[in-house]
Design a protein around this ligand. Structure first.
Ligand code: NDP
Length: 313
């Protein structure tokens, strides 16, 4: 039986609709949630991401503002900007778009964000709150995956979960969220021995690696749920054929655009997995939806009005 496709766009729309309802309730009480996005320099990919985030704020009813300091900004200038945003009561969330230019001490800037406004969930205070199961703000991508699993009826408690990747942004918080939800969690990385063997133990396999189509059929136990976080652009025709030979739709895209967006999971796993996330249209849309949810959650927490149960870590 072909794998069930977990539709990220549909689940993201649900999350956005809930965030919009909560934002309307807050606005009716005179406190519209607000997000400040800091985009330093001119990185075209970051500009696209930020545009998407601002557009989503408008749709959900969150006030948003953009700050665009120049490419040559210093750490001190950014620290001052963040300090100003920390002080402003109408700003509930602060997002510093990464990567920052080389001369900037990124860690210093990120740690200067008020943890109560840290909607990316990267501040060590929020990392600590997550690992001690206290309410806080969890990173958007793994939090979105938890929402997807929960809303798709995939059982987490007692499941064997394997996370490939240990970044601070995806892999580690993903592992912690799954552990908090009572999965038995294994975290893999580039030094893991017998990666396919470890992955085959998984009822839930999360790939957050950054290598196009690396997770093939050998890595997947029959019936497993496979979550593909990877977003890789493939422009090499040989690599394209390894992944999509015979897929007419993808071939047309490749011909037209010269590249395709590919996850870390090879499409062939659809033959063995029980459920999979597509790329695009799987995990990607959840990340921005969870940013909206986190901004509303931050507004509620700062204003002492509680937070939606399903989003509480
Ligand atoms: P990082 O590069 O920070 O981390 C990659 C992780 O994968 C590392 O822990 C690394 O191990 C591990 N890894 C690399 N090669 C191998 C290998 N051959 N075998 C086993 N493990 C390996 O990436 P991110 O976590 O930031 O992102 C991962 C992917 O997810 C990227 O494609 C990124 O674009 C995508 N992404 C998608 C998002 C979305 O919204 N859909 C959001 C964020 C990221 P080690 O630690 O040993 O080096």
């Amino acid at each position: 039986m072909p794998a069930n496709i977990l539709d990220g766009n549909k689940i993201a729309a649900e999350i956005r609709a809930e965030a919009a309802a909560d934002a309307r309730a807050l606005a009716a009480a005179g406190t519209r949630p607000g997000l400040a996005v800091v985009l330093v320099g001119n990185n075209p990919a970051s500009e696209i991401y930020v545009r998407g985030k601002v557009k989503s704020c408008e749709a959900v009813g969150i006030y948003s503002e953009q700050h665009t300091p120049g490419e040559s900004s210093s750490t001190e200038e950014l620290l001052k900007l963040v300090a100003d945003l920390n002080r402003r009561d109408e700003i509930d969330g602060i997002l510093v778009q990464l990567p920052l230019p080389r001369q900037v001490d990124s860690k210093k800037v990120l740690i200067s964000v008020d943890p109560a406004k840290d909607v990316d969930g990267f501040h060590p205070m929020n990392v600590g709150l997550l690992s001690t199961q206290r309410p806080g703000l969890a990173p958007c991508t793994p939090a979105g995956i938890m929402e997807m699993l929960g809303r798709s009826g995939i059982k987490i408690a007692g499941a064997e979960a394997v996370v490939v990747g240990r970044s601070d942004i995806v892999g580690k918080p993903m592992a912690m969220l799954l552990l908090n939800a009572n999965a038995t969690v294994t975290v893999c990385h580039s030094k893991t021995h017998d990666l396919p063997g470890v992955c085959r133990r998984a009822d839930i396999l999360v790939a957050a690696i950054g290598r196009a189509g690396m997770i093939t059929k050998d890595f997947v136990r029959a019936g497993a749920t496979v979550i593909d976080v990877g977003m890789n652009r493939v422009a090499d025709p040989v690599e394209f054929s390894r992944l999509f030979a015979g897929n007419r739709k993808r071939e047309e895209t490749f011909q037209a655009k010269g590249s395709v967006l590919v996850g870390d999971v090879h499409p062939e796993i659809a033959e063995v997995a029980g459920a999979i996330t597509p790329v695009p249209g799987g995990v990607g849309p959840l990340t921005i939806a969870m940013l909206m949810a986190n901004t509303v959650k931050a507004a509620k927490m700062r204003r002492g009005t509680g937070a939606r149960e399903s989003l509480v870590v």
